[in-house]
Design a protein around this ligand. Sequence first.
Ligand SMILES: *[C@@H]1O[C@H](CO)[C@@H](O)[C@H](O)[C@H]1NC(C)=O
Ligand SMILES: *[C@@H]1O[C@H](CO)[C@@H](O)[C@H](O)[C@H]1NC(C)=O
Ligand SMILES: *[C@@H]1O[C@H](CO)[C@@H](O)[C@H](O)[C@H]1NC(C)=O
Ligand SMILES: *[C@@H]1O[C@H](CO)[C@@H](O)[C@H](O)[C@H]1NC(C)=O
Length: 225
Amino acid sequence: MLCAPLALFGLFYASAVTGLAIQKRAVDFFDPAQGGGSIFDNATFGGEPLNVIISGQSSPDVLTDDGILNYAQAIGFSKECLGLHLGTPQTANLGDGNGSLNQTIEFRQDFGNDFLGTCFESLLGGNHFRVWRQNGPSANSGALFLAVSKEQDASANHDLVDDGYNIGRNELVAAAVGTKSHGGVTYNTVAKNITGLMPAGSDGVNHGIAVDGVITLLTVTIQDS
Ligand SMILES: *[C@@H]1O[C@H](CO)[C@@H](O)[C@H](O)[C@H]1NC(C)=O
Ligand SMILES: *[C@@H]1O[C@H](CO)[C@@H](O)[C@H](O)[C@H]1NC(C)=O
Ligand SMILES: *[C@@H]1O[C@H](CO)[C@@H](O)[C@H](O)[C@H]1NC(C)=O
Ligand SMILES: *[C@@H]1O[C@H](CO)[C@@H](O)[C@H](O)[C@H]1NC(C)=O
């Protein structure tokens, strides 16, 4: 487990002193609560947990809009079906000085077809996630914070499955770890769990679905070809 935020700031200063190149960031992420933000976003009926973080120490190309799209495709997600968006965007404050922002992008499980697969997801239910980037002036880690959840099919009006946050996180992580390729890019992903930043339970959580309080940190490295 990380001793945030001191260990994170320590890493940051250590690398500033040694003058490491800035191609790769020096911190995994900053705890949003330290900057007045929250590890929960704002949804219709409470907050959804930001239960997966893609480390700021990942390869920089993974952390861009195009990069996260290709990575999402490598692990079985793609942009929403035909660009249609069901439901209103959610907002989150990552405590980086940018305040509360709409999600950057939303990905749905694609069932093996980048362009049409997400349509099946909308009908059949499945896993999806929303993304926010921590790059504001006061906590510029570059990390991506993901709100991952698993839904039932459309007949259930996109309600989450029981335990949909924990299951969604675990399924995404299981699909991501190890070596995955897409669009000519090969990724190596390592997972690590973090406790102590997110309270467990259902207090204030969207739909009253309890979370186990575990955040999984993914560090994604692009392999040299
Ligand atoms: C957004 O979520 C945070 C953290 O859960 C909460 O403190 C805040 O009141 C929420 N804001 C709105 C407008 O719901
Ligand atoms: C967030 O999304 C809502 C709904 O689409 C939109 O009305 C609002 O302007 C957006 N806010 C920002 C800051 O982009
Ligand atoms: C967040 O802050 C950074 C640095 O000030 C800025 O470049 C970026 O555009 C901001 N992001 C959004 C979505 O406003
Ligand atoms: C993280 O925690 C979840 C839930 O307890 C567990 O299923 C998973 O195996 C853990 N992953 C790692 C990398 O420790």
